[in-house]
Design a protein around this ligand. Structure first.
Ligand code: HEM
Ligand code: HEM
Length: 186
């Protein structure tokens, strides 16, 4: 924590900040990749399988990083809320952060489970992972539908989250952004 700035602000630790930005930005790219799959490689074209498997491989790596982030978070308390922050805002932040963690876990998990009930399975950066489930189109469709629904809920939460950060930084001019910024000068 940085205690050298003139107005002291309780900040997240270095590891929490690094994980937040690394995973946050990679997730934004992965969500865009998911929504653009049909434009990059339309169904039925030769590039489709390679492109989907790249999305699956990156998604699995992200899933592992997310589990590491959650494990770190459960062992490290976040900094105390600023005394000036109204109780309702503290509650809203806590609920929305939890919802973001739920989406972070459920998004790759639903894609992974869906893929294991499909004959296509997963090619993880070129190496074939044998599906542990049978080829059941109805189960695949259910988990794939969940994957798509979660993606939309995730987008909504991220928009709210970023809007809140922007409001704190440029409208309220308070210390919220400084708590998660890589340097103490946000
Ligand atoms: C955090 C990681 C992930 C994110 C953010 C993500 C996001 C997305 C998004 C936004 C879509 C497009 C949804 C739509 O068609 O409207 C998508 C599609 C898809 N994702 Fe993921 N995904 C992730 C991980 C995975 C994993 C780990 C797998 C499988 C191992 C996977 C398999 C798929 C498949 C097969 C589709 C195509 C669905 C279809 O068009 O029918 N995803 N993903
Ligand atoms: C790209 C723009 C983003 C900005 C400006 C931003 C900003 C912030 C700030 C300022 C905080 C600290 C809030 C506080 O406790 O005072 C925070 C926390 C958090 N952010 Fe972001 N964020 C961004 C993207 C994301 C994305 C894409 C995710 C996706 C999951 C995310 C997930 C989280 C979570 C879960 C926390 C709570 C951390 C914890 O207490 O464990 N953020 N963010």
């Amino acid at each position: 924590m940085n205690t050298t700035s003139s107005a002291y602000v309780a900040r997240y630790g270095r590891v929490a900040i690094a994980l937040h930005w690394m995973i946050g930005l990679a997730l934004l790219a992965q969500i865009a990749f998911g929504f653009l799959l049909d434009d990059i490689a339309p169904r039925g074209t030769p590039a489709r399988a390679t492109t989907i498997n790249l999305h699956k491989s990156v998604g699995i790596v992200l899933g592992v990083l997310i589990v590491a982030r959650l494990a770190w978070r459960l062992r490290h308390r976040p900094p105390a809320w600023p005394g000036s922050m109204p109780i309702w805002q503290q509650r809203a932040a806590r609920v929305s952060h939890r919802a973001l963690y739920v989406c972070m876990i459920a998004q790759p998990l639903s894609g992974y489970v869906a893929s294991n009930f499909s004959k296509h399975g997963i090619k993880f950066f070129g190496s074939t992972w044998r599906a542990w489930g049978p080829d059941l189109p109805a189960v695949y469709t259910f988990f794939n539908g969940l994957h798509i629904a979660i993606a939309w809920a995730f987008c909504g939460l991220i928009i709210l989250h970023v809007a809140a950060a922007i409001k704190h930084r440029w409208i309220d001019h308070d210390s919220e952004m400084t708590r998660m910024w890589p340097s103490a000068s946000a």
